[in-house]
Design a protein around this ligand. Structure first.
Ligand SMILES: Nc1nc2c(ncn2[C@@H]2O[C@H](COP(=O)(O)OP(=O)(O)OP(=O)(O)O)[C@@H](O)[C@H]2O)c(=O)[nH]1
Ligand SMILES: [Mg+2]
Length: 201
């Protein structure tokens, strides 16, 4: 009877937990995106003033529940000297959100290089990838097709993993729900996939 009840309790209330990394160059809008996400998905969360967010030294952690899934976000600092820490988190992650500053054409190649290095890591093979073309609220920003063109030579390295380029504004919240809902769908589907061939011993 106890087993039956505890099984029922787990079925009804226990969440499946997924770790999602938020990566991208400094100033891309990662922490703003995390705060906006927490505000949108956590009913009782009193969001902080987005204009008070300063550069991340280390990491920020945030959690949201979407249906039976609990997403734990690790928002890592994007400054050049902090990028060398990103790969310490790859093995634990079920999904990656890569944030691009669509207003910063000058650093687009730098962002692409960091992205390419990240997706080349074996530890992230098969992990769903949400690419956010952020700051779309700024009139003169690069469009999604502009960004896709600039990142086009990464396509072979992305391979067959799930990948979506989502226009968004972390500041206004536009595109945030769509991105998160896509990520939830992908991590759930991915965890139920059979293991990759090389994992089978
Ligand atoms: N206009 C506009 N500004 C944004 C948006 N998202 C973030 N910003 C601004 O961009 C700046 C950097 O935002 P952060 O969230 O601190 O960027 P970050 O990627 O976390 O930066 P690091 O922590 O240094 O890696 C801040 O001044 C934000 O207000 C957006 O969607 N639109
Ligand atoms: Mg930050």
């Amino acid at each position: 009877m106890y087993t039956l009840l505890s099984g029922l309790y787990k079925y009804m209330f226990q969440k499946d937990e997924y770790c999602v990394l938020i990566l991208g160059l400094d100033n891309a809008g990662k922490t703003t995106f995390l705060e906006q996400t927490k505000t949108k998905f956590n009913k009782n969360y009193k969001g902080m003033n987005l204009s008070k967010i300063t550069t991340t030294v280390g990491l920020n952690i945030g959690t949201i529940d979407v249906g039976k899934a609990r997403l734990m976000f690790w928002d890592l600092g994007g400054q050049e000297e902090l990028q060398s820490l990103w790969d310490k988190y790859y093995a634990e992650s079920h999904g990656v959100i890569y944030v691009i500053d669509s207003t910063d054409e000058e650093r687009l190649t730098e962002s692409k290089d960091a992205f390419e290095k990240m997706i080349s890591s074996e530890a992230l093979e098969g992990v769903p990838l949400l690419v956010l073309a952020n700051k779309q609220d700024v009139e003169s920003c690069l469009s999604v097709p502009d960004i896709k063109t600039a990142f086009s030579d990464c396509a072979p390295k992305i391979g067959k993993r799930d990948c979506l380029v989502q226009p968004c504004s972390a500041l206004s919240g536009e595109g945030v729900n769509e991105g998160i809902e896509w990520m939830v769908k992908c991590v759930i589907r991915n965890i139920h996939r059979p293991p990759r061939q090389k994992d089978i011993t």
